[in-house]
Write a protein that binds this ligand. Sequence first.
Ligand code: HPA
Length: 249
Amino acid sequence: MSTKIAVIGGTGLYAMMGGFTKTHQEIINTPYGEPSCPLVQGKLFDKEVVFLARHGFTHRLPPHKINYLANIWMLHKVGVRQIYAVNAVGSMNPSCPPQSLVLPDQLIDYSWGREHTFYAEDLEKVVHIDFTQPYSEPLRKTLLQARDNTGLSVVENAVYGCTQGPRLETAAEVKRLQRDGCDLVGMTGMPEAALARELSIDYASVAVVANWAAGIKDENISMAMIETALQQGMLDVETLLTEAIRIGA
Ligand code: HPA
């Protein structure tokens, strides 16, 4: 049997993935509480694929309220071994304008107060996972091959900074992120990536640029701008992920 693959993304992404056949939808209980929503399970190109709407089906969960532990534990429990995570971001890199797709290869975590590890208590000994390369290189390679096959333009490397939200950043905060070497800023990339690593699940992120980060342009950021850019970007995400799943190991 092929590897079970999960896509973590926005509500309704699975409905957009041409060829995906939904077989069932399941509420899964976890020792860490409730996941964001029931898991949509099905098939794409004979591969078992599951979809998780990170913010819930009705987009009710802000980034800091998402139960990342329950979500990742649930995916592991149903046998998922590869995760493609879709993350909306602001950009501070001129090569990554709104609507573009970017594959981060590094991250810096600025989030705080989130439950962020499966290794918190009841330990026989303290566990430190290696996180030098936070994203799976094999999954990134598959995404790059999918980019080449589809002819989409996808930026290959970026540093993702994860802020706490739900507010957007100040211009000075974005300047600090730039000084730190960040190209992108989002709110949902952590602790998700680290939790997947703790359970040995391959994890890669496809970042969709929703806006220029605060202060990069001489304008404020509106939800309308973000939504327009995301709508177009998500069409490309769907094409990229469909191809990645088709060709992936
Ligand atoms: N900052 C943080 N998260 C985001 C942004 C942003 O500008 N845009 C979309 N998600």
